[in-house]
Design a protein around this ligand. Structure first.
Ligand SMILES: Nc1ncnc2c1ncn2[C@@H]1O[C@H](COP(=O)(O)OP(=O)(O)OP(=O)(O)O)[C@@H](O)[C@H]1O
Length: 258
């Protein structure tokens, strides 16, 4: 069997007394799309930030293509980050830069492409997410939320990354635009042959973009399997979550003790 693209073992992270990740294990298979589901505040973003090297875990190991991320030197981390593309929650575009410079950010900053070439590449990638060339010179504030998401997606794929992270890619979009974005994500991942790791609450999005699903609860992955098995996982946590039931084993943290 091929080694996983990302291999997480025994990951532990607390913030003060709050234990967020507790000996978490997860494999992200090469060339597949894995979606992590779980309630608000369960640590999905913390997990992704640990993999990106933005948060330092207290213990455990994260390997990308067999290379250790935890405690990696700055140069190793820079090399690993060149493999990553990321679509942030809310697209997180730079307001002061025109669309094409947002899309070309990684090409200009990391790949040091000449501006003319980077602009042409940006326009090409915008086309791949269904945006016309005229959008290139607009500013993010002039775009609708759905268009901003597309620009964020274009930025995430512009450097043709090996691994793409999607953080709540459909949050704030109407169901039709959400479906368009899900479709684009699926297609981009397939066309690039990339490995995708996403986090979302949106079950429609999970069904559309996932090959595999992992459920995070109480600091651990409590179930992991193919998306086709999600409706008969036999796991009480997954069943409660996907059916949105208040009753079940998942205990929702209250503000007072959460
Ligand atoms: N830098 C930080 N300092 C202190 N606490 C943090 C920090 N980052 C995250 N946390 C805490 O860790 C917990 C998990 O947060 P995280 O953002 O990963 O949740 P999540 O599963 O992504 O939630 P959501 O689905 O609502 O985005 C939360 O209780 C949060 O308050």
């Amino acid at each position: 069997m091929q080694s996983p693209k990302i291999e997480v073992r025994g990951l532990v992270k607390s913030f003060g007394p709050k234990k967020v990740l507790q000996e978490l294990d997860l494999d992200v298979p090469r060339g597949q799309s894995l979606v992590v589901i779980g309630g608000s505040g369960t640590g999905k973003s913390v997990l992704i930030k640990c993999i990106l090297g933005l948060v330092r875990p207290d213990a455990g190991s994260i390997k990308v293509d067999g290379e250790e991320v935890v405690g990696a030197s700055r140069s190793t981390m820079e090399r690993l980050r060149a493999k990553f593309g990321m679509l942030f929650q809310g697209a997180a575009l730079f307001d002061s830069l025109p669309v094409w410079e947002n899309v070309a950010f990684g090409l200009l900053a990391a790949r040091k492409l000449p501006r003319g070439e980077a602009r042409a590449r940006a326009i090409d990638v915008l086309g791949r997410v269904g945006l016309p060339a005229e959008v290139a010179d607009l500013f993010p504030a002039e775009l609708s939320g759905g268009m901003q998401k597309r620009v964020g997606l274009a930025r995430a794929i512009a450097t043709e990354p090996e691994i793409i992270f999607f953080d709540e890619p459909t949050t704030g979009l109407d169901p039709i635009m959400a479906d368009v974005i899900n479709e684009l994500i699926r297609r981009c991942v397939r066309d690039l042959g990339a490995t995708a790791l996403s986090i979302t609450h949106d079950m429609a999005s999970v069904r559309k973009i996932a090959d595999r699903v992992a459920m995070l609860y109480a600091g651990k992955i409590v179930w992991e399997g193919p998306v086709a098995e999600i409706d008969h996982s036999g796991n009480a946590f997954v069943e409660q979550f996907i059916n949105g039931r208040a009753e079940g084993p998942i205990r929702v943290a209250q503000a007072a003790n959460g």
